[in-house]
Design a binder for this molecule. Structure first.
Ligand code: FES
Length: 356
């Protein structure tokens, strides 16, 4: 269904929960324009419907309009996933002219000082608001992506108001996922159970008030959930991630799984990788599951949850996801969340190239 093209790991922001791998790709290793154009053609031939241009910050690449134009010509729905800080009128016009369909702008907080602190980038909120208004004025579909955690969850009401004020159709209230960078900063980021309950009640009230005028996507964070999320809609079922260097992955965090190796587009075609690559086959379907999951009536609903989280929490990517209340480790996950939520509020690692 969808391909996430991480065209660069370069980014002016340094958020301590970034979903990129801890080992970031340097500029010289990125695929060139011709290689991305070939990937787009292969994606269209494979029947992929949507392409999400992401990063890092995809606006850091000057060939982005060319890639968007090519994707549109190939019949793909095009989405730009951006921080918004590099999106001015001129660059938006180039993207609109190239045929971009949808723009998603992330925000760190509605408190400017805290937004600056989280992103390690000065005055970002002002730029993001201006960029979001430009997208709305251009008549493009707009989503605000609010990544929430203990340091900003008390301002969720203001974040929803921000999305409403800039004319977004949708806001994703995305709880931080604890792998990679966020795992390093878990004590800083983990919300308290009281914050979570207040946020969940607020989302329900706001959905009633907004009546669908602004759609709110909201999922309970895994550490406090009873059921695991169907991560990526199931491993190797609907989603392909391509890293800046051309590695083809079943999810954005798959490279954290040490015993898997990933094929590269410089050596094999996308179709061949999708159909035959052992890394895609590793957790596809239900055969790989532990016996209890294979026998579970939800096995084709949650698809075993998240493999990267199972690895981060148990050391084994094939283990039952502890987010599931049928896991023996489920109780200890809740205790872990409560301990982290009382942890020292210190950013231990900003996301930077060359830092591990
Ligand atoms: Fe990799 Fe969930 S992020 S399977």
């Amino acid at each position: 269904m969808a391909l996430l093209a991480e065209i660069t790991h370069r980014c002016p922001l340094q958020c301590p929960y970034c979903s990129n791998p801890v080992e970031l790709a340097r500029t010289a290793a990125e695929m060139g324009t011709g290689e991305w154009l070939r990937l787009i053609d292969e994606a269209a031939s494979l029947g992929i419907l949507q392409i999400h241009f992401s990063g890092g910050e995809p606006m850091a690449r000057s060939d982005l309009p060319r890639l968007v134009r090519h994707a549109r010509a190939a019949g793909l729905y095009t989405n730009l996933i951006t921080s918004g800080v590099l999106l001015d009128r001129e660059r938006l016009e180039a993207l609109t002219e190239a045929g971009i369909d949808h723009v998603q702008i992330s925000i760190q907080d509605t408190d400017p000082a805290n937004a600056d602190k989280i992103s390690a980038y000065p005055n970002g909120l002002v730029k993001k608001r201006a960029a979001a208004l430009l997208v709305h004025e251009a008549g493009l579909a707009l989503t605000i992506n609010a990544v929430v955690h203990r340091q900003n969850l008390d301002r969720l009401h203001e974040m929803i108001a921000f999305a409403e004020a800039v004319g977004a159709e949708r806001i994703e209230v995305a709880h931080v996922q604890y792998y990679g960078w966020a795992l390093k900063n878990r004590d800083y980021l983990m919300p308290t159970i009281d914050q979570l309950e207040a946020a969940t009640a607020l989302v329900e009230a706001e959905r009633r008030r907004l009546g669908g005028r602004l759609v709110i996507d909201y999922v309970i964070p895994d550490y406090y959930a009873r059921r695991p999320k169907a991560c990526m809609g199931g491993w190797g079922r609907r989603f392909i991630n391509v890293s800046p260097t051309g590695n083809v992955l079943p999810c954005h965090a798959a490279e954290t799984i040490p015993n898997l190796t990933f094929a590269n587009l410089r050596e094999r075609s996308l179709a061949e990788i999708w159909e035959n690559d052992p890394a895609f086959a590793a957790f596809r379907g239900t055969d790989w599951m532990p016996a209890a999951c294979r026998a579970c009536d939800r096995r084709e609903i949650d698809w075993g949850g998240c493999r990267c989280q199972a690895l981060a929490l148990t050391g084994d990517a094939a283990a039952m996801d502890p987010a599931c209340d049928r896991s023996d480790l489920h109780g200890s996950l809740f205790a872990l969340a409560q301990k982290a939520a009382g942890g020292e509020p210190v950013i231990r690692a900003y996301r930077r190239i060359g830092v591990k």
